[in-house]
Design a protein around this ligand. Structure first.
Ligand code: ATP
Ligand code: MG
Length: 196
């Protein structure tokens, strides 16, 4: 049984879902996780774990390199079926040449676009993609075009605060994380396993 048959067989078991949506067609979804509350990236990594559990291939591109020792990078990059790309420069660039960030972002999108052209990758995560768009390092129209022209069954998840309206309109699922409280505001520093 090849992978396609296996998937079809698994899908037969999801009659309830199919009844609800009225279709059994396999369709790649675009999900956007935005807002200023905690939980955007970790939700995306939860979907990475789910997808890997189903034997799917996953590509992750992190567009803001806050640190390279995050639990997710350390864990997932060792897992079979994952392509993990740490792209972009750090958050702080005071006194730095802003062109450096643009170059990094453009290189990042080259990597991203390559994954969007690869039908063997079932799920692509663009973590913190909203920032290089907001800062004008990446062209929103070009990003939307590449996402729209991805393989039909490929899922894409975009995370980051301030998701542009056009990206949310193009998405199938949009969730806004709302901050009620964050430990950081009480002066508690970032904790391994929780924050990175
Ligand atoms: P996470 O990676 O924990 O899911 P996130 O992706 O929603 O968080 P980001 O804006 O990418 O949030 O920030 C990532 C880091 O900043 C994490 O360490 C997270 O705990 C922290 N963080 C998230 N939201 C807030 C907030 N409202 N105030 C302070 N720190 C935050
Ligand atoms: Mg995040």
């Amino acid at each position: 049984m090849d992978d396609g048959d296996k998937e079809t067989e698994q899908r037969r078991g999801t009659a309830t879902d199919e009844d609800i949506v009225g279709t059994s067609r396999k369709r790649g979804l675009l999900l956007v996780l935005t807002g200023d509350g905690k939980g955007k990236s970790t939700s995306a990594f939860g979907m990475v774990a789910r997808a890997l559990g189903h034997g799917m291939q996953v590509g992750v591109a992190q567009f803001i390199k806050k640190r390279s020792d995050t639990g997710e990078a350390l864990f997932f990059h060792r897992q079979p079926g994952v392509y993990w790309h740490l792209l972009g420069e750090g958050f702080t660039w005071e006194g730095e040449d802003p062109g450096r960030h643009e170059v990094a972002a453009r290189h990042g999108w080259k990597v991203g676009r390559k994954m969007l052209k690869d039908p063997s990758i079932d799920l692509v995560v663009f973590d913190e993609l909203t920032y290089p768009i907001q800062y004008g390092w990446l062209d929103l129209e070009a990003v939307l075009f590449d996402i729209a022209n991805r393989p039909g069954a490929q899922h894409v998840v975009v995370t980051g605060r301030g998701a542009p309206k056009a990206l949310c309109e193009a998405a199938d699922t949009v969730t806004e994380m709302k901050e009620i409280k964050h430990a950081f505001r009480s002066g508690i520093e970032a904790q391994p396993g929780i924050d990175f």
